[in-house]
Design a binder for this molecule. Structure first.
Ligand SMILES: [Zn+2]
Length: 377
């Protein structure tokens, strides 16, 4: 590489960095002027204007009408363009499929879900259902799709391969990201664990920067966020709290072990113990005994995690927010006696509803775009 080539590469890197810097300012809660962006970033007004033009041309930023009054040329405030490129999120659950489109501002522009039981089914049927649903929300939203991410109820290795999902015994080493991408016309599709993506959705919606997020459902998983970043573990497999043992002599688990948290606090156990037909019936009349037992088991597993990691907050999502105060109180009581750290760990229900993982999947695409607008594929 010649000196001038190196210089050009350096300039390209600087411009890419500055594009991200400017976009971060525009992505704030209030519209901002070019002058304010220049003041906050330390870039010259000329540089900011040139970068803003590039971001407008890419459909990422839009100008609002300039306010009336004042002297001189009024400044047109800038904000993210809600008609710009969007993120597609897909969730393949144990017994359902969902898809949504989230625009650059984080708003959900289309969302659909259908029942689709994958427990005894081979992957192609579920993948076809997911692809069809994704195509429907994309058509409904009518936005350019920058990329997609799919949330999965199991261990997702590098390259978007679902290695293992204890509740989906026929989905072993399935390249879900690649398969879906092919079915969606060669769209780039990343894959992630559903609890990890829900934990990120929680973080991006203003949740704590250090927290264990627990996603309850037929399976139970966790996403661990440390210093505002997802902790994935050496192989991307961290957070399998559903298979932390809470009773060594307990009932057998789908994973092959015994007495895992999932056997004490998973949806199937709650329904079996209460006789409720489904989650709606359970939520309509929350049964105190079974929910207190589930909460205690969650507290035991979480206390172990918190004593290891020293995180000050727990967010319970998925089905748990629908279980009422009994489960929450039982988790808090268990943590109060088992966790050594002070002050007490904050335990709250997620406010994102059952769509945390789905929202996280779609928003992860948007977040990637916002953090590196010059690096679009
Ligand atoms: Zn297990």
């Amino acid at each position: 590489m010649t000196t001038s080539e190196r210089g050009a590469a350096g300039q390209h890197t600087v411009r890419r960095h500055n594009l991200a810097l400017v976009l971060r300012e525009v992505a704030g809660p209030e519209p901002v002027s070019r002058a304010a962006v220049a003041a906050r970033t330390g870039l010259t007004r000329g540089t900011v204007s040139s970068l803003v033009e590039e971001l407008i041309a890419a459909g990422l930023v839009t100008e609002l009408a300039a306010p009336r009054g004042g002297t001189g040329r009024p400044a047109s405030p800038l904000r993210l363009d809600p008609t710009g490129p969007a993120g597609l999120g897909v969730e393949i659950g144990v017994d359902a499929v969902a898809a949504c489109v989230v625009d650059l501002t984080g708003s959900v522009r289309a969302r659909r879900s259908v029942p689709s039981d994958h427990r005894d089914a081979a992957p192609p049927a579920g993948l076809a259902t997911a692809a069809a649903l994704a195509a429907e929300v994309v058509a409904e939203a009518g936005l350019e799709i920058a990329g997609a991410a799919v949330a999965l109820p199991g261990v997702v290795g590098r390259g978007g391969v679902l290695e293992r999902a204890p509740n989906l015994p026929r989905w072993v080493d399935v390249a879900v990201g690649e398969e879906l991408g092919t079915r969606l016309g060669e769209l780039p599709v990343l894959a992630g664990n559903e609890a990890d993506l829900a934990a990120l959705a929680e973080l991006w919606s203003g949740g704590p920067a250090d927290a264990v997020y627990v996603s309850g459902g037929i399976g139970v998983g966790a996403g661990i966020v440390l210093s505002g970043r997802l902790f994935r573990g050496a192989g991307g497999r961290a957070g399998e709290i559903g298979h932390v043992v809470v009773d060594p002599d307990g009932p057998p688990c789908h994973c092959g072990g015994r007495g895992c948290l999932e056997t004490a606090a998973g949806l199937e156990t709650l329904l079996r113990e209460t006789g409720a037909a489904d989650l709606n019936a359970l939520a309509a009349a929350p049964p105190i005994g079974p929910l207190a037992r589930a909460g205690r088991a969650l507290g035991v597993a979480l206390a172990g995690a918190i004593n290891l990691l020293d995180v000050p907050a727990v967010v319970l999502g998925g089905i748990y927010p629908r279980c009422g105060p009994v489960l929450l109180d039982a988790v808090r009581a268990e943590l109060a006696v088992r966790v050594l750290s002070r002050p007490a760990v904050q335990v709250t229900y997620s406010t994102l509803g059952p769509d945390g993982a789905l929202r996280g999947a779609a928003t992860s695409v948007v977040q990637d775009l916002l953090s590196d607008p010059g690096g679009r594929r």
